[in-house]
Write a protein of this length. Structure first.
Length: 175
C-alpha cells in the first residue's frame, strides 16, 4: 500500500506543482494572462486522477479485486495529502523566493478586473478590505501554509471520497 501511495502521490505532486509553476510564470511574465479558478482546479483535478488510479491499482493487484470503502478512502486521502504537501512546499518556495509581492500583485489584478466589470467604488473597496485581511494573514508563515492547504486538500479529499465510492468492492464479480 505504501508504494502505491508514494508512486501515485509523486506523480500527482509533479502534475500539480507543474501547473502551479507554469501558471505563476505566465502570470509574472505575460500581462494578458489571468490565472483563474478554472486553470487552478483543472491542474488539481488532472493531478488527482492518480487518486483513482492508485486505489484501483491497489484493489486489482494487491487486494485480489476487493477493497472496502474505508481502505479505498484511506489510500486516496494519503495520495491527496502527499500531493497537497508538495503543493504547499512549492508555493512557499515560489512565494518567498520569486513573488514576495504576490499579495500586492493579486490586489492590483482584483481591482483591474473589478473596474473592467464595471463594479462600483464601494464594491471595489469591499474587495480591497478582504484582500487587506489576506495580507495580514500572509504575514504569518503558518497561515500561508494553512491557507494553501485549504486550496487543494479539500479537492483531494472530495476526489478520494468519490473514488472510494466508485471503486469499493466487497465481493468478487463472477464472470
Amino acid at each position: 500500500m505504501k508504494n502505491i501511495i508514494i508512486k501515485n502521490g509523486l506523480i500527482s505532486s509533479g502534475i500539480v506543482v507543474f501547473f502551479m509553476i507554469v501558471s505563476t510564470y505566465l502570470w509574472k511574465t505575460d500581462p494578458e494572462f489571468k490565472p483563474g479558478m478554472v486553470s487552478g482546479f483543472s491542474g488539481m483535478i488532472i493531478a488527482f486522477i492518480f487518486i483513482f488510479i492508485g486505489i484501483k491499482n491497489y484493489r486489482d493487484t494487491l487486494s485480489n479485486g476487493l477493497i472496502t470503502f474505508g481502505k479505498a478512502f484511506k489510500i486516496g486521502f494519503f495520495i491527496a495529502l502527499f500531493a497537497s504537501t508538495f503543493y504547499v512546499v512549492a508555493w512557499l518556495i515560489l512565494y518567498y523566493n520569486f513573488i514576495p509581492d504576490f499579495m500586492d500583485l493579486y490586489s492590483k489584478g482584483i481591482v483591474e478586473d473589478a473596474k473592467a466589470a464595471g463594479e462600483t467604488a464601494t464594491q471595489i473597496q469591499a474587495k480591497l478590505a478582504e484582500i487587506d485581511q489576506m495580507k495580514e494573514l500572509y504575514k504569518n508563515p503558518i497561515m500561508i501554509i494553512l491557507l494553501t492547504f485549504m486550496e487543494i486538500l479539500p479537492v483531494g479529499i472530495l476526489i478520494a471520497l468519490i473514488s472510494a465510492l466508485i471503486l469499493k468492492r466487497n465481493t468478487i464479480k463472477k464472470s
